[in-house]
Design a binder for this molecule. Structure first.
Ligand SMILES: [Fe+2]
Length: 380
């Protein structure tokens, strides 16, 4: 990420910063890897460490659905989810590095939220909302990827209903290193650049008392009442903050023959990558086969969320379908799609792919939305 300065900050860090009335502001240092990595310094009206009370700890259990090893297809639109950020959530897949969840948020949060053990990447499928945080606000529209580094305090106010895919990542969610030069700038060959990245709009500080904060931890949620509202910030600077990128600003890379998924890479995490398949012109070699070839990515489990449009290599896919192709069995285009793609000029599709490097476990409760015929659908 790049350096940002918002609001009022002192000329030198760790020095006195006062209001016009002479009151001292309180600096908070927010950093990764101890004090040895990316960080921001924020300035509060009030001391950010005071706690009014410590409430309940709500356990979260991840239950694995054991069963046959096979390719699977889920109609996630049929989940009929409802509620706020926490109770509208359905866990789909998980391993030691990440979890993948579907949400339909249709009620607003009467609390603030802080994920202390996972970075979050939220893909907005439909709906509009405002993301509010201690760093400022970001308007959310369909196609947005919202990156929320762990420790950010936030809430979402939805207009009506917000359908989204949420990845909780044990490690940082980052722009792929291959797109960044040694000065930290996105390079010419990157499919997006700094102009496409939206950073928080600074908000006036909130001076309220007794703010309810839910802190997401590995095994549950701890409720706190903070004495001072954590959005009481007069200014901040640094490299650490939430941000967004819209999938429609991802510029596809095409070639004369089939380009592999790494050209679609949008994010990197510890143990996974996220790729965006967007509308694009197909390959222009006279003998090109635009469809993907059958493939065995022997180190990866593959999850694809079909956001919009026609996905050219598959039959029976609907909007918000998810396919799961575990390592161990070859997958590829459906019968007729390989040959049928020859001569096609373009594709109109929008899909998000998550490739993990450790096996994924499937959450329980997905059988009712599963396409039972999918695993045998490659037979002609
Ligand atoms: Fe694949």
């Amino acid at each position: 990420m790049f350096y940002i300065k918002e609001g009022s900050i002192p000329e030198k860090r760790h020095t006195q910063h006062r209001s016009a009335a002479g009151d001292l502001f309180f600096e908070e240092h927010i950093s990764r890897e101890g004090f040895s990595s990316i960080y921001s310094n924020v300035y509060h009206h009030r001391m950010p460490t005071e706690v009014t009370s410590i409430g309940d700890f709500d356990n979260i259990r991840f239950i694995e659905d054991t069963g046959k090893h096979k390719n699977r297809h889920y109609f996630t639109k049929k989940l009929n989810l409802s509620g706020d950020l926490i109770d509208s959530r359905k866990l789909l897949f998980f391993n030691e590095d990440l979890s993948i969840n579907k949400l339909t948020i249709n009620s607003n949060m009467d609390y603030l939220y802080r994920n202390s053990h996972f970075d979050e990447l939220i893909y907005i499928q439909s709906g509009e909302a405002i993301f509010l945080s201690n760093f400022g606000s970001i308007d959310l529209i369909p196609g947005d990827y919202l990156v929320i580094p762990k420790g950010v305090i936030w809430k979402i106010d939805v207009e009506d209903s917000l359908d989204c895919l949420l990845i909780e990542s044990r490690g940082p969610v980052e722009v792929p290193g291959k797109y960044i030069n040694r000065f930290g700038q996105l390079m010419e060959h990157s499919p997006f650049c700094e102009r496409d990245i939206v950073t928080p709009r600074f908000q006036e500080p909130i001076l309220q008392s007794d703010a309810h904060l839910k802190i997401r931890l590995q095994n549950g949620i701890q409720n706190y009442i903070l004495k001072n509202h954590p959005f009481d910030i007069v200014g901040w600077d640094g490299f650490y903050y939430p941000w967004k990128l819209n999938i429609n600003d991802f510029e596809p890379i095409t070639g004369s023959i089939h380009q592999p998924p790494p050209v679609h890479q949008t994010f990197q995490g510890n143990g996974f990558v996220v790729c965006s398949f967007v509308s694009r012109l197909f390959d222009f070699h006279p003998d090109a086969i635009p469809s993907p070839y059958p493939h065995s990515n022997v180190d990866s489990d593959e999850v694809i969320f079909y956001s919009k449009g026609d996905f050219m290599s598959r039959n029976g896919i609907e909007r918000e379908s998810i396919t799961f192709h575990p390592a161990g069995i070859t997958h590829g285009p459906h019968p007729g799609k390989y040959e049928g793609s020859i001569g096609k000029k373009e594709t109109k599709e929008l899909a998000v792919m998550i490739d993990t490097f450790k096996p994924l476990k499937r959450s329980d409760g997905l059988d009712k939305i599963e396409d039972e015929k999918y695993s045998m659908s490659w037979n002609s």
